[in-house]
Ligand binder design. Structure first.
Ligand code: SAM
Length: 277
């Protein structure tokens, strides 16, 4: 079979299994198996015959993708803001919305001291540290598994000594002061979790479950953040669809000011920024 024939067969299989963007998935997995830097390189060799030795490793990957295992777990890494990070079942797979959150923070200015709460794989803390080498960046999470992954990602980018990762239930073990608290905390209402896609079922439940209305952790963070924010420090939150007005109200109740919801690329109010003090 040629590269193109292998791709076509894998695409047909993934289509039958109800996988979204089947051709794109097949291209990523074949490029991965063949050790290509990116899937576009496959286009240069569509007619090349692939022997059994080259094709064999693809089969289990296509099968697992067909069963709903996320593409990012099969590839083992994800691109975030142009950097490559390891991703696996220990933490949430980074989402494009979160990349947008970091872009908005980079536009918002320089923050000498940054805290990323619920850091997961560490992508927010680490990409900010890479883009702002003069900032002191800390990430915290309640999950030791997520923190182990975040530390691996830090080492991968030469940031092991630079970015500190702490185990903490929200701000419990954090002293402050900091100029920016950024958090993409779990915000899915517990009752919605059983209806999520097969792929999301591979994210740790601890990364998803936001309690009855999805706001349990955001509520606690809004109450606790003023203790560690420097004067005029910023709290920047990623939130769920339809949570913007509730989140703005609860920030107001904790005396935040300049509360501003921001939209993502799908025009959804996905982030809220606010100042304190
Ligand atoms: C939605 S994930 C976000 C991960 C990462 N920041 C990202 O954007 O990809 C939420 C993270 O919050 C962590 N978390 C959940 N409850 C927490 C708590 N009480 N204190 C600290 N972190 C918590 C989870 O372990 C998970 O890593």
């Amino acid at each position: 079979m040629t590269v193109l024939e292998v791709l076509t067969a894998a695409t047909d299989y993934l289509t039958k299994q109800g996988i979204e963007s089947p051709r794109l998935n097949a291209e990523h997995l074949l490029a991965h198996v063949l050790g290509k830097k990116n899937r576009i390189e496959l286009y240069l060799e569509f007619e090349r015959p692939l022997g059994e030795r080259e094709r064999a490793p693809l089969r289990p990957l296509i099968r697992q993708r067909g069963e709903g295992r996320p593409l990012q777990h099969l590839l083992g890494n994800v691109e975030f803001l142009g950097y490559s990070f390891v991703t696996d079942a220990r933490a949430l797979i980074p989402r494009p919305e979160t990349e947008h959150l970091v872009e908005l923070l980079l536009e918002a200015g320089d923050f000498p001291r940054i805290l990323d709460v619920g850091t997961g794989s560490g992508i927010i803390a680490l990409s900010l540290a890479l883009k702002r080498p003069l900032s002191a960046v800390t990430g915290c999470d309640i999950s030791p598994e997520a923190l182990a992954l975040a530390r691996e990602n830090a080492a991968r980018h030469g940031l092991a000594e630079k970015v500190e990762f702490l185990e903490s239930d929200l701000l419990e073990n954090i002293r402050g002061p900091v100029d920016l608290v950024v958090a993409n905390l779990p915000y899915i209402p517990a009752g919605d979790i059983p209806g999520l896609s097969r792929e999301v079922g591979h994210d740790p439940i601890l990364a998803l479950d936001g309690g009855a209305d999805g706001l349990d952790l955001i509520r606690r963070l809004a109450a606790g953040a003023p203790r560690i924010l420097a004067p005029s420090g910023i709290l920047a939150l990623e939130i769920g669809q339809d949570q913007s007005s509730s989140v703005c109200e609860l920030l107001e109740a904790h005396n935040f000011r300049d509360i501003s919801p921001r939209r993502d690329y799908q025009n959804i109010e996905r982030f809220v920024f606010a100042k304190h003090g």
